[in-house]
Design a protein. Structure first.
Length: 104
């Protein structure tokens, strides 16, 4: 699992039948700032994840990828590689808050 920020969405009107009705979001993985260790910073990558929670742009979310993405009840029959499995409220590192949903 890792933390990512939702930066956009993808609309696809033509797709395999099993994907109909599933929301696709553009997500950008984040990591701990290596030098200051007091904030999360982007990795500079983006990819598409299926949203199972009703996440929205700007939300920090938990992502799982690979075969693990198909282990939720909502995704077990989908041809996917990434799924949003949680919305992040806070991140603490070394007893310090590096992210709080209430402050963003």
């Amino acid at each position: 699992m890792f933390v990512a920020r939702v930066t956009g969405s993808v609309v696809s009107t033509q797709k395999v039948a099993s994907m109909t009705g599933h929301k696709l979001l553009v997500v950008e993985p984040y990591r701990l700032d290596e030098k200051k260790r007091q904030s999360l910073v982007t990795t500079g990558r983006t990819f598409i994840a299926v949203d199972t929670l009703g996440s929205g742009e700007g939300d920090f979310v938990l992502i799982t990828q690979g075969s693990s993405a198909r282990l939720t009840p909502e995704t077990k029959t989908l041809p996917i590689d990434a799924v949003i499995i949680g919305v992040v409220d806070t991140v603490h590192i070394d007893k310090k808050s590096v992210f709080s949903r209430q402050e963003s």
